[in-house]
Design a protein around this ligand. Structure first.
Ligand code: ADP
Ligand code: MG
Length: 158
C-alpha cells in the first residue's frame, strides 16, 4: 500500500478520522502533518488529543516549538517546527520520538533529516471552504497495518 486518501466535507468529518486514528496509536508513534495554513493541521491534532482523552485545549505551539499534553491514555507531544531556524540543530526531538507518548509534527519537512524513518506522513489539501483531501502515507510495516485498519474504519470518507 502506497497511501490512503480520504475526503472530508466538514471540520467534523476530519475530527472523526483523527479520533479513529487516535484509538489505534501506541507509544512511540510519530505522525507528521503537512498542509498550507488553514488546511486543518491543528484541527486534526486537537481531535487526536481529544481521542486520547486529553482534556486540555490544544492550540498551535507557534512560539514554543514543542508542547506536551498529559492526562490522556498516552502523552501527546505536539511540535510545530515552523520557526526552527537551523534544520540541523538538535533540539532534543529524538527524546520525544522515542519517549512514552505520541509525537505530532507540523511542518515536518523542515526537520526532514531528524525524523524517524518509520512514521505516518499526513498531508491535508484544501479543496474548498469545507472540503479537504487527507492523504496518509505509511512509512514502515507498522504504519501500513495502521492505515489498513483506519481505511476500513473510515470507509465512508474514502
Ligand atoms: P492549520 O493548523 O493547518 O493552519 P487549522 O486547523 O488551524 O489549520 O484551521 C483549519 C480551519 O479550516 C478551521 O477553522 C476548520 O474549522 C476549517 N475547516 C473547514 N472544513 C474543514 C475540513 N473538512 N477539515 C478540517 N478543517 C476544516
Ligand atoms: Mg496550525
Amino acid at each position: 500500500m502506497d497511501q490512503i486518501k480520504f475526503m472530508t466535507k466538514s471540520t467534523e468529518d476530519t475530527t472523526t478520522i483523527a479520533q479513529s486514528l487516535s484509538k489505534m496509536l501506541n507509544k512511540n508513534d510519530v505522525i507528521t502533518l503537512e498542509g498550507d495554513l488553514g488546511a486543518g493541521k491543528t484541527t486534526f491534532t486537537k481531535a487526536l488529543a481529544k481521542g486520547l482523552g486529553i482534556s486540555r485545549n490544544v492550540n498551535s505551539p507557534t512560539f514554543t516549538i514543542i508542547k506536551e499534553y498529559r492526562g490522556g491514555r498516552l502523552p501527546l507531544y505536539h511540535m510545530d517546527v515552523y520557526r526552527v531556524e537551523d534544520a540541523d540543530e538538535d533540539l532534543g526531538f529524538d527524546e520525544y520520538f522515542h519517549g512514552n507518548g505520541i509525537t505530532v509534527v507540523e511542518w515536518a519537512h523542515l526537520i526532514e533529516d531528524q525524523l524517524p524513518n518509520e512514521r505516518l506522513d499526513i498531508r491535508i489539501l484544501y479543496v474548498d471552504d469545507t472540503t479537504r483531501t487527507i492523504i496518509m502515507t505509511p512509512r514502515g510495516f507498522h504504519y501500513e497495518e495502521l492505515c489498513k485498519e483506519l481505511s476500513d474504519e473510515c470507509i465512508s470518507y474514502r
